[in-house]
Write a protein that binds this ligand. Structure first.
Ligand code: UGB
Length: 616
């Protein structure tokens, strides 16, 4: 009573619109004007915020939700009448001549590419309290994911002589800590304005099948909210004007990737090359996928009207879809030991002109879905409130007929995809079941594996690997701990040009870290121990910073101490005729009873840096 009198015109308009959409319950228990006015203002402000941050506003959200909840209640099958098939795509062997030609073409085309990192998720599943992009990719260099990504983009830009844009989608959970991380490192040298942060907002929760918004149980003046999913990135690239700006600035491709895959830039350039060669509007990077593995499957669907679409089908939908259509046995491995459906790794290369045209058509709101947990079979009540969600990889779902959608599989999973997603307990269980553990342990070990395999393929003598077990994950391979900055090498050609591989030997327990962008290895026998080739400036400070994040412990202090020595003149570092033999660094399994930093705990080891040789 009397409440509308103190509201402004915008409040009244929104309240009336919501009431007309069945949301009167939000205001039904309001006391008369003069009581709890601050609380009422809080609710109105929140509703206005929710209204502005969803394309089409709250009314559109509620209408979409009502329809999706109806479909869910009625058990509407989103793939009704669809016939799945294994799609055609490019399958590449990492490092083959064909791969390297595509990588070369992709690197040339990357000069016209913008990059998008989705980093709004927290590491809850991983058991890490910080933001995931601040985690070290591996402990040898201590480089964090964000640094690796920024430097990879800087390296590609340096080849093109152009600053390539990077947009990072954050959320309330990750935004400030991402800003702080970038600022702490002066954006790792990115140009002002090169990196743009776009923050996703949460969406309103829904209490019932009528899409009535859920108020917090302990606060009747706040609507409950939850994340809308990584699909928000499309709406934000549209509403921020970034996608249009990139197109106007002459960029042709936009590449999306996730927060913790240290290998993304090993495969992405070749995928851009595939997009160029095939003139793809959409190209998904993929890896061989074990049947029932919890990653989406790239699938070609034929609709009853004859329309075809190649897109991601989430793993929990693939098995029932196959059983109901072409394969009564469901999602099973074929005689290659893998499912015939490649695994989506959410690394996408989109043609920017097609992308922008689509954003203008639908505002970037793509293929939402709802997943209510019903109280019982009548599906009348929910166990807890639900909300609409959306996934970045569903973008092709609404593409018009005629668009070219393909995928690029890298046959060697270890060279393309090793994300850090699961807690030690979940990782050990996955590994025991024969699945990739997608853990901090394997995320690190796969970086060494890939680097060693690259050097080996180019002709170097690399000893090992040694068998290892960390955090209960058995049968691991611990390769020599080789790590390099993307500023030193971001392609096969770079590595080949900077290393005389036939004169390189690395012992099984050795560590080699290359930070200096212009370092050259002409002849090196790294028999035992650790060798660090530092950047003349900048890189050293960053190594010290990496040490302070908990992965290096005491030993990092040693590395930092070495870094504090005055840098040599800026002449390129040429390693020629060097033999290294020192006590080196130890990847020591954690004693479960001893305390450990979170970064160590999720890996199951700590690195003890006994001794190293540092150049220059
Ligand atoms: N993310 C956001 O930025 N915002 C959000 O609201 C949520 C996430 P998850 P998910 O690679 O194995 C995906 O949680 O969604 C970011 C694919 O759907 O790690 O369970 C988040 O920060 C699946 O098909 O993954 O599963 C992170 O960078 C398969 O490819 C990214 O989104 C699976 O990844 C992914 O979030 C996989």
């Amino acid at each position: 009573e009397g409440n509308k009198e103190w509201m402004d015109a915008e409040d009244v308009k929104l309240v009336d619109a919501l009431a007309a959409e069945g949301q009167s319950h939000l205001f039904a228990d309001w006391p008369a004007a003069g009581e709890h006015d601050d609380d009422k203002r809080r609710l109105l402000d929140q509703l206005r915020h929710l209204d502005k941050s969803y394309a089409g506003g709250l009314v559109k959200y509620i209408r979409n939700a009502r329809q999706l909840l109806k479909d869910s209640k009625e058990g509407v099958n989103p793939f009704e009448g669809c016939t799945p098939a294994v799609p055609e795509g490019e399958k590449l062997d990492f490092g083959s001549q064909h791969f390297r030609e595509l990588e070369r073409a992709g690197i040339a085309a990357a000069g016209e590419a913008a990059f998008v990192l989705v980093a709004g998720g927290l590491g809850e599943r991983l058991g890490y309290s910080g933001i995931k992009v601040a985690l070290p990719v591996e402990s040898a260099s201590g480089m964090c994911f964000l640094e690796l990504y920024v430097k990879s983009i800087l390296a590609l830009g340096a080849k093109a002589g152009r600053a390539l844009p990077l947009a990072i989608m954050t959320s309330d959970d990750t935004h400030q800590r991402t800003v702080d991380l970038l600022d702490k490192h002066s954006h790792w040298g990115a140009a002002p304005g090169q990196i743009t942060l776009i923050k996703q907002e949460k969406v309103a929760c829904l209490a019932d099948n009528d899409a009535r918004l859920a108020l917090l149980p302990n606060d009747p003046f706040q609507v409950q909210t939850k994340p809308h999913g990584h699909g928000d990135v499309h709406m934000l690239l549209h509403s921020s004007g970034l996608a249009d700006k990139w197109l106007a600035d002459g960029f042709k491709w936009v590449c999306f990737f996730q927060d913790t895959n240290g290998l993304v830039f090993r495969a992405l350039p070749a995928a851009i090359g595939v997009s160029v060669a095939n003139d793809y509007d959409v190209n998904s990077l993929a890896v061989p996928r074990r049947a029932k593995e919890a990653i989406g499957a790239i699938t070609r669907l034929t609709y009853p009207d004859g329309r075809h679409i190649t897109m991601n089908v989430e793993y929990n939908q693939l098995d029932p879809l196959l059983r109901a259509t072409i394969a009564p046995e469901g999602d099973v491995n074929d005689d290659t030991g893998f499912s015939p459906f490649p695994g989506n790794i959410n690394q996408l290369v989109l043609k920017l002109s097609t992308y922008c045209a689509e954003l203008h058509r639908h505002g970037g709101v793509i293929a939402e879905f709802v997943n209510p947990k019903y109280a019982d079979a009548s599906k009348e009540k929910f166990k807890s409130s639900t909300r609409l969600e959306c996934m970045m990889q569903d973008f092709p779902k609404s593409l018009p007929e005629g668009c070219r959608v393909g995928f690029t599989v890298v046959n060697q999973v270890w060279a393309a995809y090793s994300p850090v997603k699961n807690s030690p307990a979940d990782a050990a269980a996955k590994a025991a079941g024969g699945n990739p553990s997608h853990s901090a342990t394997t995320g690190e070990l796969d970086m060494y594996l890939t680097n060693c395999k690259m050097l080996q393929a180019l002709g170097a003598r690399i000893d090992g690997p040694q068998p290892a077990e960390f955090n209960g994950i058995k049968d691991l391979e611990l390769w020599p701990r080789v790590a390099w900055s993307p500023l030193w090498a971001c392609s096969w050609d770079d590595v080949e040009a900077k290393v005389t591989a036939s004169k390189l030997h690395i012992g099984a327990d050795a560590a080699l870290v290359i930070e200096a962008p212009d370092a050259e290895i002409r002849s090196l026998d790294l028999q035992r121990g650790a060798l660090v080739i530092k950047a003349a400036s900048g890189g050293s400070q960053e190594a010290a910073a990496a040490g302070s994040n908990g992965t290096g412990g005491e030993a990092a202090a040693g590395a930092a101490g070495a870094a504090a020595e005055p840098a040599a003149a800026a002449a390129p570092i040429i390693v020629d005729g060097l033999t290294v033999d020192n006590v080196g660094w130890e990847w020591q399994p954690l004693d479960p009873d001893a305390g450990a930093a979170e970064e160590e705990y999720i890996r199951g080891f700590r690195v003890v840096r006994h001794e190293q040789q540092v150049l220059p």
